[in-house]
Design a protein around this ligand. Sequence first.
Ligand code: PMT
Length: 221
Amino acid sequence: VAEPDLLGRHLVISAGGTREPLDPVRFLGNRSSGKQGYALARTAVARGARVTLIAANTTMSDPAGADVVHVGTAVQLREAVLKAAADADAVVMAAAVADFRPAEYVTGKIKKKDGVEPAAVALVRNPDILAEISAERPRAGQVIVGFAAETDDVLANGREKLRRKGCDLLVVNEVGERKTFGSEENEAVVLAADGVDTPVPYGPKEALADVVWDLVVPRFE
Ligand code: PMT
């Protein structure tokens, strides 16, 4: 049985991947399953927290004991996270959020026309939810955690992202076979703005989630 060291805390966790619609049948998306975010939600509930899980396009059943808000796009995810964050002790952004969305939504299915080259898709920038919440801290003393999935220069990119986004902790996971997107397991380094890195060996996503909470708890004070 887990130590109830998150009792009385309200934690907001995002999970899954946003989808940015092009037309009624197509979207720009990513390979996030939501498993890492759901593992964070389950472990937080087990440690006594009140959990609001903002789930983007996930297919798993809602974790017991968490309030779950289902969303589709980055703009919807931002709205749900900001609303829940107003009284949150910590916000953990495990979701993979599209940085860009199609500039235009076409209301009828886009058709191909014989002899006509496909049009380029114009994109516009999505809001950066993690950067916004780190800058504004809707509640004083709030702990903000980001995630970063990287393919190369993993630690250097992670450190740069931690600085740029302004969060307290950044969980860097390298994209690869049997880890990160879609898998049951993960492996990561948790970077801290105050300088101490915590490597987390390959194992179940719950184990990484528990390390995140172990690092969040002392930062509440
Ligand atoms: O869902 P799973 O299949 O279990 O996979 C887990 C995961 C790989 C999705 C997860 O562990 C992970 O790494 N999530 C972050 C994915 C990512 O690449 O994020 P990013 O580098 O694009 O963004 C960095 C951080 O900023 C993230 O916390 C993200 O939520 C946040 N962000 C990004 C863009 C944006 N517009 N708004 C944001 O808030």
